[in-house]
Design a protein around this ligand. Sequence first.
Ligand code: CFM
Ligand code: HCA
Length: 533
Amino acid sequence: AAEAREQMLDIYPKKTLRKRSKQILVNETPSTPAEIGANSRTVPGIITQRGCSYAGCKGVVIGPIYDVLHITHGPIGCGWYSWLSRRNMNKIRKEGETNYLQYSMSTDMQEDHIVFGGEKQLEQAIQEAYDEFKPKAISVYATCPVGLIGDDIHSVCRKMKEKLGINVFGFSCEGYKGVSQSAGHHIANNGVFKHMIGLDDTPVDFKYKINILGEYNIGGDAWEIDRIFALCGIKIIGTLSGGVSYDDITNCHMADLNVVMCHRSINYMAEMMETKFGIPWFKVNFIGIEGTKKSLRKIAQYFGDKALIDKVEEVIAKEMSEVRPVLEDVTTRTQGKTAALFVGGSRAHHYQDLFNDMGMQVIAAGYEFAHRDDYEGRDVLPSIKVDADSRNIEELKIEADPERYNASHAERKKSLEEAGFTFEDYEGMMRQMAKDTLVIDDISHHELEKLIELYKPNVIGSGVKDKYVIEKMGVPCKQLHSYDYGGPYAGFKGAINFYKEIDRMTSSKVWQLTRAPWHEAGDAPATETAEVP
Ligand code: CFM
Ligand code: HCA
């Protein structure tokens, strides 16, 4: 691995080398992870897979709320790019609801607006959207030019909120804010907290009620998680923000517990809800059967009722009776195969569980835009240096709500902690990875090509920007963002889907037939020449 690292870094000029050296590590001491360079600017000229702040805010965190009418203030490309390309699934769940996500609404900013300002256009767009659809809420997203020309979207939103009598709010998530979509997550969390959370205090009459934070229903994952919780008798008030409605979000502070799937995109919300309402949180993972079982058991333990604990065991046993034969079958072919994962800010970690279930080895992994805590665990949080790019993003000052802070949740948390239960607990990716595997932050195409050349993994999990680079090199690529039209992959049924798919991809002979035109006819096929350095 050390040799592979050297070869990846080999071509870089001095300054780039210094920076990339910190972002490419050999995981020498998994239990005490080394410090990795993360959440810093990509060196210009390097091909990155990262997205922008607008993508993180509108595309990722808030865009999936199906009955808020989302308006992109900007050139049409931004709205087009974020129009369901992420495969966040939606359907109406209650009578009278509307799903606006089939539409992509934009102010279609033109040169005129850049020169003379776009606020009037935005006001008009909000009015037009309201007249046409009469939504409960309208949300406005700033793109790069909005910040550059100085349109004040917030004053337009306030004015229209007053005028229309519905909730209208804006997000200053200009693409260039921060170094990746991660900044957009933070901006989104702040806005959802300020403008939606806590608006509806209607009590939820259910014994066990929770929210799932950081689950976006890609390929229907949230629906599989819903199915499992329904079997267990646990009510999910809000899934932030997959397949979720405005009303669910305004009422979700009535939950007894927040469980966090994607730590990177929503840890801010978990912390703010705990501070204001006293709702404790811990990390879960419903990707992979081990994670799913462990997460369900932990939630049952939190409530502590024997009836619930037994019910969860019964559900696990029943579901596992379907998973087990599939897993046993695929493992006969997948055992010992290798994978590399380069995805976003949580999946490069979560999906390792699924590969491990199948007896596969993850030889290298990395996030696009996660922070050090997602790699090394939350215990490094106090030592993370906040740089100028991060300081640009507002930190809300939250206090306990004088009336609505639920002290009994806090007491339960305290007594559980005394018994060894952990909250606010993300251990990060590196602890779970084997010794001497590679950990690569914000991988470049050059590094990826080197990795393939040297390791020839049996499959790579990645995104659309590098999928075809990988496949042209004779390695199958599973998109772990969009799932390539597949999914769900969460929970028990999702695991079965994933095992079958990876088995099919890694057992197919077609990859051994790929040969670039410049190879000699007699050359060994690419996949057969692999040697792990
Ligand atoms: Fe969280 Fe996500 Fe991800 Fe993410 Fe994303 Fe995504 Fe992702 Mo693409 S919120 S960090 S910003 S799990 S859109 S659903 S797949 S990069 S690993
Ligand atoms: C985004 C969305 C994305 C992109 C996926 C990809 C997604 O970052 O704006 O690069 O393949 O999941 O759709 O992460």
